[in-house]
Design a protein around this ligand. Structure first.
Ligand code: MTE
Length: 425
């Protein structure tokens, strides 16, 4: 059997190839040794893209997000919504669900818990011929398994991206987030390790790949299939949850209802929403989300990109609007939060004079890994006019926020100290 549709015009072979390409697009097949460009060219040639099975319908025609997005709480950015930091003031450690940022590649799908199924499949499950190695769990099955609760942030790898442009004068791709593509919630669900063991994990398994039920993602004219990104088994067994609750409520539609993956401390793309299936594999897996996207590209990085992004970087933000005003001569409490993907926050230093002098901030809660730490400093502005507030965190892994973030073309992992512009009146 020839391996390329282009090598034969026999109708059966064309059908076979179309099927195989569809499997590749849907993530059911590997593209060993064949470039994505090549496969997509083949796909266009067979016309298979139009024949793809439909994914779940979106909630309402015309919008990509279901929950209300009042402009005093959110900034709309395409299919996404960024939380305003000033709206976090006084909200406590956990971000309320109605304030949590939303990052949707396409649109929130309409899914119901009672007819949702999670399918685990692949060569990394034990027993039977390859096509039989599959097991399904319903929503109630998951709820009957022992539950676990974790407080953790979900943060987009591109959070803070606009800083590359506004502070460093660099042009980067992607959504121009300021700092609000992060939220912290108390997630409750079942450990992925519990589900993998119930499914019959093979000792030879190396990777798992959750895939969402939202619509296929088309980028630059290429249909990349449904959102999916592999995780090494070591992380999957360590602390990953299949979450069905967010801050004590059933997972809201925009955040993955009925079940999402929650990968603590990693870039947000790992936390696949609306998960419908998980491939368990004896071979390393690849998808566009760990090859073309979510690696660092640019002059300071290896040719072909860095390794796929895993842990989040270190950041700090003030609970203030950009351009906030303060009355001169009056005492203020400035509040903010810092967080790291590599450990807990160890200290935070703040400057209210554009970086000329620094003093330690009070840590207002016990720092923990996987989440932010709230802090505060007192400030009595004296001189009227423009001022810059800066906060610099150090984490327990010994990382400190730099003055300048190393450029990468997609603007991921912006970790430089942010210069927050305010006015004293
Ligand atoms: N999962 C699916 N199925 N589809 C998506 O578009 N976006 C990812 C991740 N999981 C996404 C997804 C990205 S890039 C991020 S940052 C987080 O979800 C955002 O989670 P949130 O919308 O609950 O804040």
């Amino acid at each position: 059997m020839p391996t390329s549709a282009a090598s034969s015009s026999h109708p059966d072979e064309t059908a076979y190839d179309r099927h195989r390409l569809r499997q590749w697009l849907a993530g059911d097949a590997r593209a060993d040794g064949v470039s994505r460009r090549r496969l997509l060219a083949l796909l266009a040639a067979t016309g298979a893209a139009g024949a793809l099975p439909l994914s779940a319908p979106a909630h309402a025609a015309g919008d990509t997000i279901v929950k209300p997005l009042p402009p005093e709480k959110f900034v709309r950015r395409g299919t996404n919504a960024e939380t305003r930091w000033e709206a976090l003031r006084g909200t406590g450690h956990h971000t309320p669900n109605d304030l949590f940022f939303v990052r949707n590649h396409t649109a929130t799908p309409a899914l119901r818990a009672h007819d949702w199924r999670l399918r685990l499949w692949g060569s990394g499950l034990r027993g039977g011929p390859a096509e039989d190695r599959a097991i399904e769990f319903g929503y109630d099955d998951l709820r009957r398994l022992p539950s676990a609760t974790r407080t953790a942030f979900v943060e987009c790898a591109g959070n803070g991206r606009s800083g590359y442009t506004t502070q460093q004068g660099e042009t980067v791709g992607g959504t121009a987030w300021t700092q609000g593509a992060i939220g912290v919630a108390r997630w409750r669900g079942v450990r992925l390790s519990t589900v993998l063991h119930r499914a019959g994990l093979s000792p030879y398994a190396v990777d798992v790949q959750p895939r969402g039920l939202d619509a296929e993602y088309v980028s630059g004219g290429e249909n990349l299939g449904r959102v999916r990104r592999p995780l090494p088994l070591s992380k999957a067994l360590h602390d990953v949850l299949l979450a069905y609750e967010m801050n004590g409520e059933p997972l809201p539609p925009d955040h993955g209802h009925p079940v999402r993956v929650l990968v603590p401390s990693w870039v947000g793309i790992a936390s696949v929403k609306w998960v419908g299936d998980i491939e368990v594999s004896r071979q390393p897996l690849f998808s566009p989300w760990n090859t073309a996207f979510y690696r660092l590209f640019g002059p300071a990085h290896p040719e072909g990109g860095s390794a796929p992004l895993t842990r989040q970087t270190l950041k700090s933000a003030f609970e203030l609007a950009s351009g906030a005003t303060f009355p001169a001569g009056r005492s203020q409490v400035l509040r903010g939060r810092s967080w790291s993907g590599a450990g807990a926050v160890a200290r935070v230093d703040v400057s209210t004079d554009g970086g000329a002098s620094w003093r330690p901030a009070r840590l207002d809660e016990r720092p923990r890994p996987d989440t932010w730490t709230r802090w505060s400093v007192d400030w009595r502005p004296r001189t009227r006019g423009a001022a810059q507030l800066l906060a610099r965190a150090t984490d327990t892994a010994g990382r400190t926020q730099p003055d300048v973030s190393v450029f990468n073309t997609e603007g991921y992992l912006f970790d430089a100290v942010v210069r927050h512009e305010v006015t004293v009146v």
